[in-house]
Design a binder for this molecule. Sequence first.
Ligand SMILES: NC(=O)c1ccc[n+]([C@@H]2O[C@H](COP(=O)([O-])OP(=O)(O)OC[C@H]3O[C@@H](n4cnc5c(N)ncnc54)[C@H](O)[C@@H]3O)[C@@H](O)[C@H]2O)c1
Length: 445
Amino acid sequence: MNICVVGTGYVGLVTATCFAEMGHLVIGVDVDVAKVDRLSKGESPLYEPGLKELLHRNIKAGRLSFSTDLASAVSRSLFIFIAVGTPMGADGSADLKSVLSVSRSVAAAMDGYRVIVVKSTVPVGTCQLVEKEISGVLERLRMGSPVSFDVVSNPEFLKEGSAVNDFMRPDRVVVGVSNPQVSELMKELYAPFLRNGHPVIMMDVFSSELTKYASNAFLAMKISFMNKVAQICDKVGADVMNVRSGMGSDPRIGLPFLYAGVGYGGSCFPKDVQAFVRTGTSYGVDMGLLEEVEKINNQQKEWALRKILDAYPDPAGLKVAIWGGAFKPETDDVRDAPSIAVISGLLERKIAISLYDPEAMAGLRLIFPAGIQFCENPYDVLNDADVLLLLTEWREFRNPDWEKVKGLMRGRLVLDGRNQYEASDLASHGLSCVGVGRGCITAKP
Ligand SMILES: NC(=O)c1ccc[n+]([C@@H]2O[C@H](COP(=O)([O-])OP(=O)(O)OC[C@H]3O[C@@H](n4cnc5c(N)ncnc54)[C@H](O)[C@@H]3O)[C@@H](O)[C@H]2O)c1
């Protein structure tokens, strides 16, 4: 089938590439000329495991191309996937400017039946708005020869860091659609990805739009819940990792996503929780539960700074070495990463910072052009550091050479913002480790 994917960011690029890998003819369209140029040369503008290889293969095979020319791509495609950003607007709700302007441009280029698939995360009612925008343009431009179309909701559940794998082997595909013929088309399109027996879940459009926000808000709630449990653990001397094992073994609860840490971040949870709160509130539903989730998360982003100031009430001359800046491992994405709040807090107190992240330093350099010493490997950051702070649990930070770490550092304090280390293990190397909710350890610098 011929497919156009509008927006070639984390979602759009992975969507386009994976559909091409399944044999479809795909054109990725973006307004960012530099991005399209790079993509056309087979260069991925973002880091996602496995993506580069698929990109090369499918461009070479002639199944995947990139363009800034939306009209031409629409004229050659049956399916138009909209995967542009829906950032947080000034009042916390999702900003639909790009989705709606793309819808109008698509309509202007339609010369026959098309299926417009909204893959961006959008509030309930957006597909209806998209339909209205398209109808409006079609009425104006093609009064004599009506063009028919369907709008489908198809929220994306891929996770950055394993986006290709998630798209190729989804645990479910959610489709909101009112036309049964389009249901069949969508099933056909996704069938090759669901040989594992996982379902395409067909539903009405409103439910589909809500499913995405409900899912992200629920996951954010799990994290904030564990962070609250961790705060109690710290007070009473319990270990949140033990509590996690005990709780998560109950199949009704489950272990995934039951982690205390430095707070959630990234391009989705923070904005989606806020947008969901705005949606509920606009319908008169009290969204206090999710407001609390966000409040706990904001508190949690202060965990590292609090621990540093507990250990060093006068931070003059202090140096903090940071491992990791991406909002999670296996991505270069730093949008709304907890590291940004942590670094800002340290810089405000004039604390020196050195940082290493395998993929995210370019993104952090744009946010912090000054004030951070970026290093090319995890050990270089440690020279004369008083504190080592783990913010992203990249695999290469899992088993460091603690003797080498101790030898390079001036201080002895390791702040484990992702609960990757055992305090007893580090103690045997003469280091003092403080995790999140792992008991009441008073670290002596
Ligand atoms: N990133 C994720 O992990 C993830 C997961 C699931 C869903 N989502 C949702 O998918 C959507 C896209 O997210 P993303 O992370 O891929 O965003 P992104 O910012 O990485 O990419 C968006 C792309 O759209 C392009 N764009 C903007 N306006 C355009 C226009 N008018 N025409 C053509 N291109 C345009 C931008 O240049 C950019 O390349 C959002 O709604 C997001 O909430 C994201």
